[in-house]
Write a protein that binds this ligand. Structure first.
Ligand code: C2E
Ligand code: MG
Ligand code: MG
Ligand code: MG
Length: 273
């Protein structure tokens, strides 16, 4: 059974359900058009450093309004992954984000942009080279770019993933593991991968105040990351109580509606300091 969310709420489809199949085809077709006509945009959600409140980095997130209907990346990204369209879409995201990084850099701002990378895109031959080429073409320091990879995209093919991560590391871009804790993480691999940061999944953060077990998981991830010399960021922080606990746990950065929602670049820029 597959859960799909749209602006009417969550709908459940069986994988062989005709309605799901139809929706998938429609989304694929419209997404191709949207790419062709440049109807996608990136929003930017700031990340705040907990120790001093400074904001010098953000994550870019795809936004797509199709004939007045907001379609969530939570719905269309998995569909694009299945059809292979994610490769073209991923290229568009990279160019768009590098372009923004370049624009801020030219204004004299040192803002790091984190870009979500799908497994298929990451494992595509030549991925690291495509990042290297963009660093050259857009003429920005590698430190202004972070790549967010999910735990599963690394774990499912850990040998190849490890080699690609090494190449990316050598370029000087930052690397983080997104949605950490939701896949099956092997601690042995975590210590072997050349990443800089782990991102605690929102599902733990949202329950940490009321559920002692989720709270223990958050604390443990913070400690584990620090023991391995990694930074840790919490996603989906919505309340002061969550923020306070994360601060106590030594979490390095936070991201969430409490501080800021994803917004257009022109708005995001007012939040950096
Ligand atoms: P993600 O990378 O884990 O991004 C975090 C998601 O949580 C985003 O949803 C963000 O808007 C949302 N979020 C942030 N703070 C809060 C909060 O305080 N409360 C709540 N309820 N939500 C919060 P969004 O933008 O809908 O994106 C969903 C997923 O789609 C992303 O999860 C990522 O996996 C994927 N995605 C988005 N943009 C891209 C992209 O450019 N490329 C790829 N490959 N995937 C993308
Ligand atoms: Mg992300
Ligand atoms: Mg995430
Ligand atoms: Mg997540």
């Amino acid at each position: 059974e597959i859960a799909l969310k749209n602006n009417q709420g969550v709908h459940y489809f069986n994988a062989d359900d005709g309605a799901y199949h139809q929706r998938r085809l429609t989304i694929t077709r419209r997404l191709e058009q949207a790419l062709k006509h440049n109807e996608l945009t990136l929003y930017y959600q700031p990340k705040q450093q907990l120790s001093d409140g400074r904001v010098q980095s953000c994550e870019c997130l795809l936004r797509w309004i199709d004939n007045g209907e907001f379609i969530s990346p939570g719905e269309f990204i998995p569909i694009a992954e299945r059809s292979g369209l994610i490769l073209v879409l991923g290229e568009w995201v990279l160019d768009s984000a590098f372009n923004q990084a370049r624009a801020w850099y030219e204004e004299g701002r040192k803002i790091q942009i984190a870009i979500n990378i799908s497994a298929r895109q990451f494992l595509q031959p030549g991925f690291a080279e495509s990042i290297e080429r963009r660093l050259r073409e857009y003429a920005i320091p590698a430190s202004l770019i972070e790549l967010e990879l999910t735990e599963t995209s690394i774990m499912d093919n850990h040998q190849l993933a490890s080699a690609v991560l090494m190449e990316l590391r050598a370029l000087g871009v930052s690397l983080s593991i997104d949605d950490f804790g939701t896949g099956y993480s092997s601690l042995a691999y975590l210590s072997a991968f050349p990443v800089d940061k782990v991102k605690i999944d929102r599902s733990f953060v949202s329950q940490m105040v009321d559920a002692p077990k989720q709270q223990a998981i958050v604390l443990t991830i913070c400690q584990l990351a620090h023991n391995l010399g990694l930074k840790v960021i919490a996603e989906g922080v919505e309340t002061d109580v969550q923020r306070e606990l994360l601060h106590q746990y030594g979490c390095d950065f936070l991201q969430g509606y409490l501080f800021a929602r994803p917004v257009p670049a022109s708005e995001a820029v007012t939040l950096f300091n």
